[in-house]
Design a protein around this ligand. Structure first.
Ligand code: FES
Length: 316
């Protein structure tokens, strides 16, 4: 369901991060999110839907808070958000939705946020604290001078569980996965969010150290995704439409030309909006959304970026 929200407060924090509070325009109550949830926010100026993790306490009933990094390398979403999100501005919003849920049964959770990737971790830390669970939040940034959210984190009742790591400090201060990751165990869960290279490093190191993939939870904000490849055919079982997806096309775009619409938002395989059921065919997964298990099952595809070999039959 799409709802209109108003910017009720904005703080320009360090590191080019705007902290934006949103309240429903009609004064209705907030659907309470679960820790790790995000909002889908529509930016009309650039005609993009963008996903922003909630950093507010999931128990907060008056507002949602997000953090937005102004990233000159983005496709324009974050710059538009910085320009448009002034107090009183209105946005079409869907959600909250959660593709990065917390396992609240874990004995021990380790939250690892790189830069703006700390946002879902702040909500998770609040929730774990409320549950009385054991956890540590590792917050990694380039330097103290660009580290946002420190006022919130220093005042939080879980402040002593936050460990800061700055790239410009000596080696002892930096994140050292050999030292900072706990030993692998069934009840130990890791959560990582941040730049793609940072995440890949944490995930591969954790898995090499014996952490089971299902205990290493991840959320990509964006991804460098290669969209092109050999052409292939897509048959839509329900509508009877068959198209050839060209070398530089995506499934969603090729089908849209024939009037078969698949909803897309991020268009880079991270948000899950375009997930489509597959009845048969070989999938070349290019997304960062599906788990290894889901890829092996082979019965869904992200139509904004993933491809097929030969012919795919979709259940649409
Ligand atoms: S539109 Fe976001 S994963 Fe495809």
């Amino acid at each position: 369901m799409t709802q209109t929200f108003t910017v009720s407060n904005r703080v320009d924090d360090r590191g080019n991060i705007a902290r934006i509070r949103l309240t429903p325009e009609d004064g209705s109550g907030l659907p309470l999110p679960t820790a790790g949830a995000h909002l889908d926010i529509y930016l009309p100026e650039v005609d993009l839907w963008r996903q922003y993790s909630l950093c507010s306490d999931p128990a907060e009933t008056a507002f949602y808070e997000i953090g937005v990094l102004k990233d000159p390398n983005s496709r324009g979403g974050s710059e538009a958000m910085h320009r448009l999100a002034t107090p009183g501005a209105r946005f079409k919003i869907e959600g909250p939705r959660n593709h990065f849920p917390l396992d609240e049964t874990a004995d021990h959770s380790v939250l690892i946020g790189g830069g703006i990737g700390v946002t879902p971790m702040i909500a998770m830390a609040a929730r774990l604290h409320a549950l009385g669970k054991a956890f540590t939040l590792h917050y990694c940034t380039r330097s103290a001078e660009v580290t946002a959210f420190t006022d919130t984190l220093c005042a939080a009742p879980f402040a002593e569980r936050v460990v800061y790591h700055f790239d410009d400090q000596d080696a002892d201060q930096k994140l050292d996965l050999e030292r900072d990751l706990p030993p692998a165990a069934d009840g130990t869960h890791l959560y990582v969010c941040g730049p793609q290279g940072f995440m890949d490093w944490v995930i591969s190191t954790a898995e090499a150290a014996g952490h089971q993939p299902q205990n290493v939870h991840r959320e990509y904000f964006s991804a460098d995704v290669e969209l092109s490849g050999d052409s292939f055919d897509v048959e839509c079982a329900q509508s009877g439409v068959t198209v050839t997806v060209g070398a530089d096309e995506t499934i969603a775009k090729a089908l849209a030309k024939e009037g078969v619409m698949i909803e897309v938002k991020c268009e880079e395989g991270v948000c899950g909006t375009c997930m489509t059921d597959v009845l048969s065919g070989e999938i070349e997964h290019r997304d960062q959304f599906l788990t290894d298990e889901e890829r092996e099952d082979g019965d869904v595809i992200m139509a904004c970026c993933s491809r097929g070999k030969g012919k795919l039959v979709l259940d649409i």
